[in-house]
Design a protein around this ligand. Structure first.
Ligand SMILES: *Cc1c(COP(=O)(O)O)cnc(C)c1O
Length: 426
């Protein structure tokens, strides 16, 4: 390799990995073990006291998972990362390091539905209070600030409409308020958008989606940008205060620009426990090797399908930031110039019945609740994920009775268009 920084596709295959030192295995082995033998008693004591880095127990570190962590940190341009059992676990472990009972955080209203549930209900039980803001009105984030605010949370490309968020404008508000900006980069992947370049302090992923990419494993990851001063005014005691279980060690003082990733691991993951299986880490690592090829194809196919739908007489509207004239097209050109991703929504003139009819008649598209698979996926939110809401609530959530959401896969685009065509005519 040359002295220059390797490119994205090279890092996707090589970052964090080397031939196995004992066997020479070229692919990262699956270290399917719960625990690791200590060299001697002093070594054991130094590992437990955080004086030395090394493996103790797979709930906290594992060599297969460590390669995944190093690779995603390299792709996102962060200092370190922590892989966990799911995207939701990544959110839980992140906020656990930042919030005390009674604290607040500001979150974009436009988020993955499961995240809205997690923030609205389960987080309340921890005494963590979400305050909602609107990405279409960036000043609403500033208005939502209070002395109790400890973080701001957004998605780079947001579910379900594939809308693009003005990350830099919201990062400026976070910086001024002295709180970290957390960006869920799941729908973009670092191939399309690198939020750290635009001011994010922490980047999260559901690895379940484009990074794993094949619809076979649940996982999540937390990337530390290394940019935030956790000690400035003692607002983040987990990072700035002495830890009794580590002989009074202060995590930020000791670990500097990767202290957040360490805190999430040695406090959150250690105590809450949502560890990733080494087998899933292996499958996700394999997926990441082809990330740049897949996401480019996903985006190109999505654009072709969106263009075709825009010209179809059964379709009332298409919301895809990759289309010129779309409300989010300028933001897409700025933040995501290689393409606007695979996920978008469109509306059917025939309303609820037409939506049910379409999902019932597709043959190649799979009717299910996921995104970011190699396979093309379709869902009619009003009759599934949002069926418990009344019509007005559905519309507010972007899940009106006429709305269909696609996650366009990497099959041949002609076959995808032919499938939608026959299903719309059926
Ligand atoms: C799927 C998803 C999540 C949750 O991830 P899981 O791996 O399902 O826990 C969070 N954010 C976004 C944008 C998602 O698409």
């Amino acid at each position: 390799m040359t002295e220059t920084q390797p490119g994205f596709s090279t890092l996707s295959i090589h970052a964090g990995a080397q031939p196995d030192p004992t066997t020479g295995a070229r692919t990262t082995p699956i270290y399917q073990t719960t625990s690791f033998v200590f060299n001697d008693a002093d070594h054991a004591a130094s590992l437990f006291g955080l004086q030395a880095f090394g493996n103790i127990y797979t709930r906290i570190t594992n060599p297969t998972t460590a390669v995944l962590e190093e690779r995603v940190a390299a792709l996102e341009g962060g200092t370190a990362a922590l892989a966990v059992a799911s995207g939701h676990a990544a959110q839980l472990v992140t906020f656990h390091a930042l919030l005390q009972p009674g604290d607040e955080f500001i979150a974009a209203r436009r988020l993955y539905g499961g995240t809205i549930n997690q923030f609205s209900h389960s987080f309340k039980a921890f005494g963590w209070n979400v305050v909602w803001a609107d990405t279409d009105d960036v000043a609403s984030f500033e208005r939502a600030l209070s002395p109790k605010t400890k973080a701001i949370f957004i998605e780079s490309i947001a579910n379900p409409g594939g809308t693009v968020t003005d990350i830099e404008a919201i990062a400026a508000i976070a910086r001024k308020a002295g709180v970290p900006l957390i960006v869920d980069n799941t729908l973009a992947s670092p191939y399309l958008i690198k939020p750290i370049d635009h001011g994010a302090d922490i980047v999260l992923h559901s690895l379940t989606k484009f990074l794993g990419g094949h619809g076979n494993s649940i996982g999540g990851i937390i990337v530390d940008a290394g940019t935030f001063d956790w000690s400035r005014d003692d607002r983040y005691p987990v990072l700035s205060q002495p830890r009794p279980e580590y002989h009074g060690l202060k995590l930020h003082e000791t670990f500097g620009n990767f202290a957040f990733a360490i805190a999430a691991r040695v406090i959150g993951l250690r105590d809450l426990g949502p560890a990733l299986s080494p087998f899933n880490a292996f499958l996700i690592l394999t997926g990441i090797e082809t990330l740049s090829l897949r996401v480019q194809r996903h985006s190109d196919n999505a654009k072709a399908v969106a263009e075709w739908l825009s010209a179809n007489p059964a379709v009332a509207w298409v919301s895809y930031a990759g289309l010129p004239g779309d409300r989010y097209h300028n933001l897409a050109r700025k933040y995501s110039p290689k393409g606007a991703g695979a996920v978008f929504t469109f509306g059917l003139k025939g309303g609820y019945d037409a939506g049910v009819n379409l999902v019932s008649n597709v043959k190649l598209f799979s009717h299910l609740a996921n995104v970011g698979d190699t396979r093309s996926l379709i869902i009619h939110p009003a009759s599934t994920t949002h069926s418990q809401l009344n019509d007005e609530q559905k519309a507010l959530a972007g899940a009106g009775v006429d709305v269909v959401r696609l996650s366009v896969g990497i099959e041949d685009k002609e076959d995808l268009i032919a499938d939608l065509d026959q299903a719309l005519k059926a």
